[in-house]
Design a protein around this ligand. Sequence first.
Ligand code: NDP
Ligand code: 2IT
Length: 448
Amino acid sequence: MSEAKEYLANVRASLVKRDPNQPEFLEAVDNFFHTITPVLEEHPEYIQANLIERLIEPERAFQFRVPWVDDEGNVQVNRGFRVQFSAAIGPYKGGLRFHPSVNLSIVKFLGFEQIFKNSLTGLPIGGGKGGSDFNPKGKSDGEVMRFAQSFMTELQRHIGPDIDVPAGDIGVGGREIGYLYGQYRKIRGYQAGVLTGKGLSYGGSLARTEATGFGLLYFTQALLADQGESLDGKKIKVSGAGNVAIYAIQKAAELGATVLTASDSDGFVYDPNGIDYKIVQQIKEVERGRIKDYADRVDTAEYHEGSVWDFDLDYDIALPCATQNEIDGGRATRIAQNGATVVNCGSNMPCTPEAVEIFHKSDVLLGPAKAANAGGVAVSALEMSQNGERLSWTFEEVDQRLEKIMQNIYTESAGAAKQYGFGKDYLAGANIAGFKKVADAMFAQGVI
Ligand code: NDP
Ligand code: 2IT
């Protein structure tokens, strides 16, 4: 075993011992460790400085009580989290997730991925993530507001425009960011740059709402162009029906592809004529309904219960946009058998390690989340810039910058994969390209 491999094995063993109950975090670390050996072989000084053991330890992690009163007058108690993973290249930056499954393992996996994703954007932002096990589903606006206010009453002491800048993720969209921002402003005063994903009337950036979905398609366009192909006429399977999925569907259709499916945690809709993103947007963002409602409104659409990945279809590209580990080994085999040749990840870590392995063996190109879905956080960083200079850019200007950033991310990831002998393994390429800048910054700043 090389020195680098032995070092990584020892660091991993110590992590397993220290955090035996954090499977998602360990999975994210493993995805990373499998690919960075060549960088450590090139930089033995990183091993000397024990850089990797420092990197997998968050600089800071908070867990806090979030009490609130529901519409019946009962006192409810949720758990809040914020993990400030790495500020080596800029202030901690990353979303907040409100979902009953949220725990420290999930927040740490998301925060760890965010370090390299943010580095890949080329913008000066470090990695962080947070959230709560609060379930916004079925709650009234008043309940969501009281919960968000209580959450921010604690979180506000830890964040700031040059310290840590949260944004949205699953269960946190425009409504939630509005309530969170209002409470921050009430306690601390005006600070537009403390959160991103804000409404346009109070400091938000045009195109932030669309950014993750649009960016995913710009990344897909760049990947296809590199293989001598285009999106024109391609058939796409999308999972999810939230912020990322809706704008991925819009951009895919604009670029000449047909999106056949959309889903939520109950089931999915299939429409051979292509999903209309405006109807999904109305159901999910306005009515806060279920994807089942889509089939009641569109004659050619059919609704099925269960996972969209268990449904056989003839298609070219898979865009998972729901949640982590939605594609396991069995589903990956099915995706390859259905004829898909590209899987680009809108959701964070949607593929289990077995699925990643199967895609590599069957020559399905995999665009990893930290590269393919970086458009959201990239435009968040552009929102911070606009807040800093007290200006707002046009939709076209932000959108053009986003497209360029996504093209760069593809080029850098594909270039690093090739340079370090990983062929078209873009997961390896994205890890290496993202890691190099962070490692260089950490090394330069000494043992901190
Ligand atoms: P939303 O809350 O807007 O939508 C999430 C969608 O995924 C919903 O359709 C939801 O269905 C479905 N979903 C969530 N959890 C599960 C689950 N356990 N099983 C099946 N379906 C599920 O979230 P986003 O669109 O913002 O986020 C989707 C993914 O994209 C996440 O992985 C997130 O981390 C990632 N991401 C988000 C970014 C952003 O800017 N928002 C940026 C980069 C990545 P249901 O309503 O039934 O729960
Ligand atoms: O996973 C992600 O990159 C996000 N949820 C967006 C983070 C952000 O700060 O915009």
